[in-house]
Design a protein around this ligand. Sequence first.
Ligand SMILES: *[C@@H]1O[C@H](CO)[C@@H](O)[C@H](O)[C@H]1NC(C)=O
Ligand SMILES: *[C@@H]1O[C@H](CO)[C@@H](O)[C@H](O)[C@H]1NC(C)=O
Length: 342
Amino acid sequence: MSPNRICLPLGMALVLGLVLSCLVSPIRGTCNVCNAANNLTCYSATQMQACQVGVLATASPAACPDGYVCVSASSGVLCQPKGEATSDCQECNKCDSSQTFACTGTDSFALCLGTSTVQDSTGTCAEGYVCNVNDTQICGLPADGVMPTCSYADGTTTSTTSSTTSTTATTASTPSTSSASSYCKAVQKQGNYAVGNDASTTCRQYIACSLVSGSWVGKTYTCPGSMYFSRASGLCVTSLPSTCSTSGSSTTSTTVAPTTSNPDAYCQAMKAQGYYPVGTVASTTCHQYIYCFLLSGVWNGQMYTCPGNLYYNSASRTCVAALPSTCSSTVASLTLNGILLD
Ligand SMILES: *[C@@H]1O[C@H](CO)[C@@H](O)[C@H](O)[C@H]1NC(C)=O
Ligand SMILES: *[C@@H]1O[C@H](CO)[C@@H](O)[C@H](O)[C@H]1NC(C)=O
């Protein structure tokens, strides 16, 4: 047994301050997965948390000592010296083996488009679902044993600092809607809230705030189809609310907003030759793709549909028989270079 490896059963470490040595076996890059050997999980690269197998842990995380990282080994979750071990909770923002997507937060992801790097893309999981890099449907339910690949600590590092400043400023300034969770932490009231006044973009979105295990969480949603969010009713409606401004798009119709139904505008946003995905609806847009090309200095796009019942796979950039993970019903929304893939 190595004397400089310590094993910290949470209760003992906290109550008795005991430091025990123990054997360590090769690690798995898991995060938030309860280790049955000692009912602990890595909450972040440097924090552990008490847990029950198959249940998303809610206990307060405890930090490893300085210079130690959290590792889930066959002997249980423990803190190991930083230089000797690779901690868990390291797979956030890393593309999956098929280079389709990477989890970017506990309930968000981004496309990788067949590369090993995260693209300018924002995907969200359906309500209650979490992003797991090993899940073939991208997002899964903790109740089904699917735990988030990213640490909850990653998403709160920025809002922890901002919440300390906002505690003094909440009454003075309106919280920004750019981060749904920090917005909800500032608002501290359950409900649906408007995002902005731009008729073509932010008027279609809303932030849903709820209290989960004692902390405020927020998610940004887009109304289905071409509906708008009504501040008055807190619901998605078909008529354009009076607070939504169409200035700019109403004066001229020559510039069309880039959407996947406008391949030329879509490709002007992509600015790179190649094949791109169109949407996330298994029965329709998942069969389509857009080819972008430069012609006389202008980006052009051509929409195609895969033959037969084949689907377009954004990672392999080919038509395939298997339903791509981006077309799963566990995915709530997806954008690429700011364009909504419906
Ligand atoms: C872990 O928790 C389960 C119940 O959730 C319990 O049956 C088991 O004995 C615990 N294991 C350890 C090592 O504490
Ligand atoms: C999850 O996926 C990553 C990257 O594709 C891989 O390295 C890792 O072994 C997988 N983990 C499990 C538990 O399958």
